[in-house]
Design a protein around this ligand. Structure first.
Ligand code: HEM
Length: 139
């Protein structure tokens, strides 16, 4: 079998998955407050590049490290788990196989300590006013 990127269906599939996931997150009151200051055009592109590169595709992720991007956001463990649940819902929507799902989740799990700052099951916590978002992409 080829790379996970190929098994997921390449660029078009990854774009469709990222857009469905973005829409689920935007509607999810457990986590959507964290995106209050975010440039969503940039976020869409960064997620596409990150997933493409991490799964062995021909892309280069040029965004901030996971530690930098989420620093000062005060994401809780409960919010991290909520985001993973939204991702699993997206995978099921596109009928991504369980083996591929576990491979992707296996890549994401180790990022948790870089993203979670608050060890709590609480969800829907506010974005601290001191949070500095990344600059918008220039088109
Ligand atoms: C494994 C889980 C996660 C991955 C792989 C991930 C990945 C990313 C990536 C690639 C970016 C773009 C960074 C950049 O623009 O330079 C980003 C930004 C962001 N992430 Fe995450 N993220 C994860 C979990 C979370 C969670 C749990 C939350 C909140 C509940 C969150 C909230 C955000 C927000 C608000 C931004 C935008 C930051 C900004 O405006 O600059 N992320 N994330």
């Amino acid at each position: 079998m080829g790379s996970l990127y190929e098994r997921l269906g390449g660029s078009e599939s990854i774009t469709a998955v990222v857009e469905d996931f973005r829409d689920r997150v935007a509607k999810d009151s457990r986590i959507n407050q964290k995106f209050a200051k975010t440039d969503l055009v940039r976020l869409r592109q960064m997620l596409i590049d990150q997933v493409c590169e991490a799964t062995g595709g021909p892309c280069k992720y040029t965004g901030r490290t996971m530690k930098e991007a989420h620093a000062g956001m005060k994401v809780t463990s409960g919010e991290f788990d909520a985001l993973v649940q939204d991702l699993v819902a997206t995978f099921n929507h596109f009928k991504v196989g369980k083996a591929e799902q576990s491979e992707v989740l296996g890549v994401l799990g180790p990022l948790k300590p870089d993203i979670v700052e608050v060890d709590s099951n609480q969800v829907g916590t506010a974005l601290p006013s001191t949070y500095q978002p990344a600059p918008a992409l220039t088109h």
